[in-house]
Design a protein around this ligand. Structure first.
Ligand code: PLP
Length: 427
């Protein structure tokens, strides 16, 4: 029987990434604490996907909540053109301490806008210099968001099909998953050769893990080489760290594994510890300086109503402080070790075609005849896990775990155990 909240939800709300015609009633959540979410009936769920990969220190973290409360009583919002404020400055300083090869932070609201900002920065960089570079390179399995620029640099597939004709042309290269490394490098070099470096503006990539594309993983060695090739040809490299940033892959940034550094970095999701919609795009001094001019037409024409919202900044500062004060990296290392063991355990399972992990992310690819996001096994797995009060949202036939860093060993073991039970229930 539907609750009153569920009835009102059905009457008024259109949910994301959901076929509303036959959607199951949405579960009204009333409270969160640490790795748990609680529904209105008092059921406790383990949030094993960190609420769409945002929540890194746990739900309702008291330090972040207190920081937002304190900021809300002082200054909740101010136009960021012509004005500034202490939290925006402090957060930028803290971020750039972690990204010392970058020089400026541009704030926006979410992962897609962080990507839009990055693409526009790269394209206008060359426009400002009077160079005709407008081509962008991306991985063929990429996902960079749902706005038009972000969709354009994302895989052409079920998410983008209705808009296909309106997306700008992008040069896609193979994702350098194991076995495809050389192919990806060769195709990158071939593109540079074919078009001449003078027409390619940028290369955008999800470093080490492609999230929505199926938690596809590749090595830092190949990424390092690709960034190096682009640098040699003045192609601006854009690391979309929206999912991988803030410790997800074991280091603060996934590109921290590489010697060659990207020119632009997109951050969101974990930036506020999962409390508020917020994002930042950081860049090198060289990118920033190309926008300094006596000609006003060369300024960066981008901004959002809530750019650098003080509450988001306060949450961001509190979240970064937790990295230092709360042994966050020890927790990340611990999750990495638990994942390693579980990975070895299920590698030989008859229904598993591949299992991989990087840092706190673990992905299990199930053997099916019919891969893809709309695959039927997805719903069966999702409901199996929900019945057992574990929130896991498979991407088609790929089950993945992406937990908050505060998850306890017992809860992590429960997540592994429901996956084990699901595998045992197959076919
Ligand atoms: C790598 C990457 N970039 C961009 C985005 C878009 O972020 P948002 O959903 O906040 O717009 C996502 C979202 O999943 C992502 O994983």
């Amino acid at each position: 029987m539907s609750s009153s909240l569920q009835n009102r939800d059905r009457d008024f709300i259109w949910h994301p990434y959901t076929q509303m015609k036959d959607a199951l009633p949405f579960v009204p959540m009333v409270r969160g604490e640490g790795s748990y979410l609680y529904d209105e009936a008092g059921n406790q769920y383990i949030d094993a996907v960190s609420s769409w990969w945002t929540n890194i220190h746990g739900h309702a973290d008291p330090d972040i909540a207190a920081a937002i409360y304190a900021q809300a009583q002082k200054l909740e919002q101010v136009i960021f053109a012509g004005f500034t404020h202490q939290p925006a400055i402090e957060l930028a300083e803290k971020l750039l301490k972690r990204i010392p090869f970058h020089n400026k932070v541009f704030y926006s609201d979410n992962g897609s806008t962080a990507v839009e900002v990055a693409i526009k920065m790269a394209l206008q960089f060359y426009w400002n210099k009077g160079e005709e570079r407008s081509k962008v390179i991306a991985f063929k399995d990429a996902y960079h968001g749902d706005t038009f620029g972000a969709m354009s640099v994302s895989a052409r597939g079920v998410f983008t099909a209705p808009f296909q004709n309106l997306l700008f042309d992008v040069e896609f290269i193979p994702t350098p998953t194991p076995g495809n490394e050389q192919l990806a490098i060769d195709e990158l070099k071939a593109l540079i050769e074919r078009y001449g470096k003078s027409s390619i503006a940028g290369f955008i990539f999800e470093p080490l893990v492609l999230g929505s594309g199926g938690m596809l993983m590749y090595s830092e060695k190949v990424l390092d080489e690709m960034i190096g090739i682009c640098k040699a040809h003045s192609i601006i490299t854009i690391a979309d760290e929206v999912m991988t940033g803030f410790g997800r892959t074991g280091k603060f940034l996934a590109t921290d594994y590489c010697q060659n550094k990207p020119d632009i970095i997109c951050l969101s999701k974990g930036i506020t510890g999962g409390f508020l919609p917020f994002a930042a795009t950081t860049c090198t001094a060289g990118i920033y300086e190309a926008f300094l001019s006596n000609d006003k037409a060369k300024m960066f024409f981008h901004g959002h109503s809530y750019t650098a919202n003080p509450l988001g900044c306060a949450a961001g500062i509190a979240s970064l402080t937790l990295f230092e004060s709360d042994n966050t990296f020890d927790k990340i290392t611990q999750i990495d070790q638990w994942h390693s063991k579980f990975e070895s355990e299920i590698r030989e399972n008859a229904f598993v075609s591949d299992v991989r992990h990087r840092g706190t992310i673990l992905a299990i690819e199930l053997k099916t005849d019919d891969g893809g996001y709309l695959n039927n096994i997805r719903d069966r797995a999702y409901l199996f896990f929900m019945d057992r009060k574990v929130i896991l949202r498979p991407l088609g036939h790929i089950i993945y775990i992406l937990p908050p860093y505060c998850i306890s060993e017992a809860d992590m073991q429960k997540v592994y155990s429901v996956i084990r039970d699901f595998l045992a229930s197959l076919p």
